[in-house]
Design a protein around this ligand. Sequence first.
Ligand code: HEC
Length: 218
Amino acid sequence: MAPAAAVEKLDPRLCLAIGCTDIWKVVTYIHALRGTAIDNPLPGDVAHGEAVFWGKGQCGTCHMLSGKGGLTAPDLSNIAGVRKASSIVDALTKQQHRVYGSGGAHLRTLPVMDSYLPVYVTTTDGKTFDGVLLNEDGYSLQMIGNDQQLHLFDKAKLRRVAVETRSLMPTDYDKRLTPAEFKDLMAFLTRQGTAAAPAPGRRGGPPQAEREREHASH
Ligand code: HEC
């Protein structure tokens, strides 16, 4: 069934009001606003985007993706399954990408993250460790060192802990990369997620029932 006809079947009054074709455009637009990136992967050269990810962008020195890469930043293997394309662009280009927006249940911006902040630790016996904070409570601290190792500390054995409030994520990729590189990187990133992983050259997705359940819960 053509989209416009589907709308007409849903409620003919909608079509009388602004026309079925226009309604369909509005529906598509709203879907794009609500869905995560995987529902609307951006166009571009995906293979080139992947090359930018591991090459010029150096994303893999910090980020893990499909089991490869660094541990000092969030795993991006399912980034398109949990973020909108606009949020990913913000992460790459805006220092303030982790502030709460006024988007209600669907945040326009990324939730504040209190892990992966740079941390510098000095133990009571004078050893120093740099890395990112994973977790901290009154007694202990966990961090991923720049040596890519997990370190667990008993706080009683630490002389100094300094946590920076600014993330290490570079936010000037719109300048570091050419527009074509940026576009292709986005094409690659907006396809990284459980909904798109299956057979190459074909857009996969979770079983239909699963999708419907997801939508129903919104
Ligand atoms: C020097 C380390 C570093 C490099 C290099 C780096 N990132 Fe990040 N990135 C981080 C850290 C730490 C965070 C988590 C804190 C934050 O969001 O700022 C992050 C967050 C992100 C997020 C948001 C994740 C989320 O869950 O919302 C995205 C998307 C992202 N990075 C993509 C990239 C891409 C793509 C590149 C390469 C073009 C890249 N990063 C390069 C450290 C890095």
